[in-house]
Design a protein around this ligand. Structure first.
Ligand SMILES: *[C@@H]1O[C@H](CO)[C@@H](O)[C@H](O)[C@H]1NC(C)=O
Ligand SMILES: *[C@@H]1O[C@H](CO)[C@@H](O)[C@H](O)[C@H]1NC(C)=O
Ligand SMILES: *[C@@H]1O[C@H](CO)[C@@H](O)[C@H](O)[C@H]1NC(C)=O
Ligand SMILES: *[C@@H]1O[C@H](CO)[C@@H](O)[C@H](O)[C@H]1NC(C)=O
Ligand SMILES: *[C@@H]1O[C@H](CO)[C@@H](O)[C@H](O)[C@H]1NC(C)=O
Ligand SMILES: *[C@@H]1O[C@H](CO)[C@@H](O)[C@H](O)[C@H]1NC(C)=O
Ligand SMILES: *[C@@H]1O[C@H](CO)[C@@H](O)[C@H](O)[C@H]1NC(C)=O
Ligand SMILES: *[C@@H]1O[C@H](CO)[C@@H](O)[C@H](O)[C@H]1NC(C)=O
Ligand SMILES: *[C@@H]1O[C@H](CO)[C@@H](O)[C@H](O)[C@H]1NC(C)=O
Ligand SMILES: *[C@@H]1O[C@H](CO)[C@@H](O)[C@H](O)[C@H]1NC(C)=O
Ligand SMILES: *[C@@H]1O[C@H](CO)[C@@H](O)[C@H](O)[C@H]1NC(C)=O
Length: 411
């Protein structure tokens, strides 16, 4: 195991950053990654269903109907492998096979445009279509899907509350917003870029503002759910759905926040006034990252909730680790994009991301399972812990790709 990684010269916007980092874990680029994903991809169920999580003992995928919040992740992973194939200069047929598989798996989601019960999760389900547009920006099917999903999300915006509604509730006055919803704002950014409709960006800014004010605690930790009064816009309650308690910090929610606020700094900023609150998003992402990193145990393994009791042993959540690693990489990129470039911040977050990947992949890498990783916790209050999870695997592949893209490592 080498102690020093490759020297990276990274160019973002106008700034050049150099640094040397610890080597990312070798599993990120193992031949098993492509082998396992391809094996799953070659046998799509008929009618189509999508892997979400595995059983707890042998790691076999459990499949769910297209109208489920997680179904975008497997096709998006196939597009990410297409990207990987290009970075790694794999053979041409192999490269095009990934794209074919991505398109094939994404196509059963097209009917969701006009018929779904996804609520705010249209954001996650749009990932394969957003990935398609990176390959073929003129693909009309993908353009229509993204814009239709964005319109669905926009229809969930309440101007009095200033947020898009995450979950529907029996009493419509109870307006519930979850931290996860920060991840769905990207759909607004992409649709605004396609249509020029600024309403999408205004909604995203408002949603991010409110989340910053009401979900994030002064110490940088976060509530999972904030319930607003849909009529007055007041906060009625703050609590948890998937975490340990109403006042705890659910690790995957914290990770969605690091990522979502770093991503929200990408909003195009035409005026000085806009720059001000975009800087607030950067600060919020930093603050949430700092809480996350400071509350890791000595072994670096991410617990499913930072406040869960230590006995009985608290299950890990490798998916929270993978989301947070991507959030830290994104945050590093934002630090590098500042003028002048924040090279200290850049190096700090890259190193933290690599260390987070190392500790959690060491725990969760399972060659014999169908998933890449084990030790994911879908929902501990519902006793669904210690499984493989499709979004854990997706963010594992994405982190590997980003480190290649940034020349921090090679295939
Ligand atoms: C990474 O290296 C490639 C090839 O040298 C170069 O084209 C690319 O701009 C580099 N990317 C970054 C982010 O520095
Ligand atoms: C366009 O995108 C859709 C949805 O992502 C995909 O199913 C289809 O295969 C793509 N079409 C072409 C011609 O590439
Ligand atoms: C909508 O999708 C559901 C399956 O998720 C299906 O049962 C139903 O028939 C569809 N409705 C329409 C109008 O296509
Ligand atoms: C922009 O998007 C919003 C939200 O979907 C919609 O209500 C509005 O009609 C759109 N504006 C235009 C000019 O299409
Ligand atoms: C919500 O706000 C309305 C208007 O201020 C008020 O009448 C109602 O009692 C509030 N409901 C709750 C549950 O706070
Ligand atoms: C958590 O908050 C919810 C919503 O306010 C409340 O119904 C529940 O009783 C709270 N749980 C505890 C243990 O305080
Ligand atoms: C936000 O995320 C998307 C995809 O994950 C990416 O295309 C976009 O560049 C991100 N924004 C920033 C600031 O990196
Ligand atoms: C967002 O918050 C900033 C302060 O951080 C404020 O200046 C701006 O008006 C807010 N925008 C919206 C749409 O709420
Ligand atoms: C990781 O998962 C294995 C089973 O796959 C389990 O035995 C172990 O306790 C888990 N460790 C943590 C920290 O969750
Ligand atoms: C650089 O990033 C670090 C980590 O986020 C932060 O503490 C520091 O204030 C940043 N420096 C500047 C000049 O923005
Ligand atoms: C993990 O899930 C199992 C059931 O699948 C449950 O019995 C156990 O209590 C959970 N672990 C913890 C520490 O909550």
């Amino acid at each position: 195991m080498s102690i020093f990684g490759v020297l990276g010269f990274v160019l973002f916007g106008a700034s050049v950053v150099a640094g040397s980092f610890s080597s990312p874990p070798a599993e990120l680029y193992s031949a098993l990654v492509a082998e396992k994903i391809r094996t799953t991809a070659l046998v799509p169920p008929n009618p189509m269903q999508y892997p979400q999580y595995t059983d707890r003992t042998v790691g076999e995928w459990l499949y769910f109907s297209p109208d489920t919040w997680t179904t975008g992740f497997f096709p998006a992973t196939l597009y990410a492998m297409y990207e990987r194939a290009k970075y790694c200069h794999w053979e041409a047929d192999n490269v095009s096979e990934w794209l074919t598989l991505g398109r094939q798996w994404g196509s059963a989601e097209i009917p969701l445009e006009t018929n779904n019960t996804l609520q705010h999760d249209v954001g996650f389900v749009s990932y394969p279509f957003i990935a398609e547009l990176e390959v073929d920006p003129g693909n009309q099917t993908a353009i229509t899907a993204v814009n239709q999903f964005a319109a669905d999300l926009a229809a969930r915006f309440n101007p009095t509350v200033g947020c898009t509604r995450s979950w529907d509730t029996p009493n419509p006055v109870d307006f519930e917003v979850i931290m996860d919803n920060m991840m769905n704002l990207e759909l607004f950014f992409v649709s605004e870029a396609l249509t020029g409709n600024r309403t999408f960006v205004d909604m995203a800014i408002s949603h991010a503002n409110k989340t910053m004010q009401h979900h994030v605690r002064p110490d940088g930790s976060s509530f999972h759910v904030v319930e607003y009064n849909a009529t007055s816009g007041d906060v009625i309650a703050r609590f948890t759905a998937q975490g340990y308690s109403n006042s705890s910090t659910w690790s995957r929610g914290q990770a969605w926040g690091i990522y979502g606020f770093a991503n929200s700094t990408a909003i195009d900023a035409p005026t000085v006034y806009m720059h001000t609150h975009i800087f607030d998003y950067l600060e919020t992402s930093r603050h949430m990252a700092s809480y996350f990193l400071a509350h890791l145990p000595d072994d670096g393994v991410v617990p499913w909730d930072f406040n869960a009791p230590l006995t009985p042993p608290r299950p890990a959540d490798s998916s929270a680790a993978m989301v947070a690693a991507n959030g830290l990489i994104l945050l590093a990129q934002q630090e590098a994009s500042l003028i002048p470039s924040n090279t200290t911040g850049y190096s700090y977050y890259i190193e933290a991301a690599v260390e987070l990947l190392r500790a959690n992949i060491e725990l969760a890498w399972r060659p014999s399972w169908q998933s890449l990783l084990a030790n994911g916790t879908v929902n501990n209050p519902e006793h669904n812990n210690l499984t493989g999870i499709v979004y854990g695997d997706y963010y594992f592949v994405k982190a590997g790709n980003e480190l290649l893209n940034m020349n921090i490592t090679a295939c």
